[in-house]
Design a protein around this ligand. Structure first.
Ligand SMILES: Cc1ncc(COP(=O)(O)O)c(C=O)c1O
Length: 389
């Protein structure tokens, strides 16, 4: 049984602005993509300092669409990371592309850009890195690799809305970036995502493809007071409704404040847990990077502890703190049973993935609750230090 006053891993508290915007949208008589979706897309583009963004029903859909837009052709190889949410890999496989897994950086948990070159073949057309926990990948190195070989970079930036690399949003370093606005993300619409790119023509196409390829959607037709439309190219269905865009518009008014809170929580964790650095590794920001602090992932030095990661999480639960794991490695899923060899050798991932634990991090988490989480961490660690003779 969970103790009372438990500190959950996520606690989603929508702003009043989001609720008001959504109620207004519900009362407006326009529920599907319309004025709110347009306004939301403009706001997302403005935040990223690009001209256009396409709002979509999820980042999962956005990734599939981004891979289609990148136009690499069936059978092409995509270099990606094995430590991510399943949606990254599914998007690659569903597009008829071949994922090639590169090992991860032991500090950031992102793809190890210094190892990507070793994975290149004649069939490599794309690199699909993931900004884990909201920390940007090493885009300078990835760009150098991609540029000389005409390889595209599509980033799964599901965690990284608001993150900066060398002072710029991630889409400035990629061909296309995909953000998620899923319920637990640092900007939410409940479910949703956005495709963002410096290439405006790709975004216009993405928007069209997300509504069956129709050139003038219902809202445009209403505005233009003409019923007709064309389908110049067949698409899929993955647009964002005005109802959900309203949630996002409201949440955006609080975004800077929420990000500031996330940063303060991360700082507090660092200050409180710094003295345990021999036993746990804390996340950091690499030079030139500003993390979106979507997640706070620590790594246990299990070699000097008497308990493993799962026991640690259970011990934290007994102290009323819910923890999570980001991520279960892709090759560990039973869907890939029997094909582990296809993933190649991933020694860093194998070591690190067994030791990661995600602590609660969200704007409504108070600093005194952070202190309680840290007391729980300290208590579990102190009771489980391996004594050397
Ligand atoms: C790394 C990563 N990629 C993709 C996704 C898919 O996002 P969505 O739920 O918006 O489809 C997620 C969602 O959790 C994610 O964490």
């Amino acid at each position: 049984m969970c103790p009372a006053n438990r500190i959950p891993l996520y606690d989603i508290k929508l702003s009043k602005a989001a609720i008001d915007e959504t109620v207004a949208s519900l009362k407006s008589g326009w529920l599907t993509s319309g004025p709110k979706t347009v306004a939301f897309e403009e706001a997302i583009a403005a935040r990223c300092r690009v001209r256009q963004a396409a709002a979509v029903s999820s980042a999962s859909f956005g990734l599939s669409l981004a891979l289609y837009l990148a136009g690499t052709g069936v059978g092409s190889q995509v270099i990606t990371s094995p430590l991510t949410f399943i949606a990254t890999t599914t998007a690659i496989l569903n597009a008829g592309l071949e994922p090639v897994y590169c090992d991860i950086d032991p500090v950031t948990l992102n793809i190890d850009a210094t190892k990507v070159s070793r994975k290149l073949t004649r069939k490599t057309r794309l690199i699909l890195p993931i900004d884990i926990a909201g920390h940007p990948c090493d885009y300078a190195t990835l760009q150098t690799i991609a540029k000389d070989r005409q390889i595209r970079i599509v980033s799964d930036s599901a965690h990284a809305f608001g993150a900066l690399y060398r002072g710029k949003a991630i889409p400035h370093w990629t061909d296309i970036s995909v953000y998620s606005f899923h319920a637990t993300k640092n900007l939410t619409t409940g479910e949703g995502g956005a495709i963002v790119s410096r290439h405006s023509n790709w975004i216009e196409r993405a928007r069209r493809l997300a509504r069956h390829g129709i050139d003038r959607d219902a809202y445009m037709r209403k505005q233009g007071q003409h019923w007709s439309y064309d389908v110049p190219e067949l698409g899929l269905k993955g647009n964002l409704s005005d109802i959900l865009a309203s949630v996002g518009l409201g949440e955006l008014t609080m975004f800077d404040r929420n990000q500031e809170k996330r940063r303060k929580i991360a700082d507090r964790y660092r200050r409180n847990l710094a003295h345990l650095q021999d036993r746990i590794e804390l996340p950091t920001e690499s030079p030139h990077c500003r993390s979106a602090w979507h997640l706070y992932i620590i790594k246990l030095h299990t070699g000097c502890l008497r308990l493993g990661r799962d026991q640690f999480i259970k011990a934290m639960a007994r102290r009323a703190v819910e923890c999570g794991v980001h991520y279960i490695p892709i090759p560990d899923f039973s869907a890939f049973r029997g094909s582990r060899a296809n993933f190649g050798k991933l020694p860093v991932m194998d070591d690190v993935a067994a030791r990661v634990v995600t602590l609660p991090l969200y704007p409504s988490l108070s600093l005194s609750e952070v202190d309680l989480v840290c007391e729980a961490v300290e208590s579990v660690i102190r009771r489980n230090i391996k004594r050397t003779r």
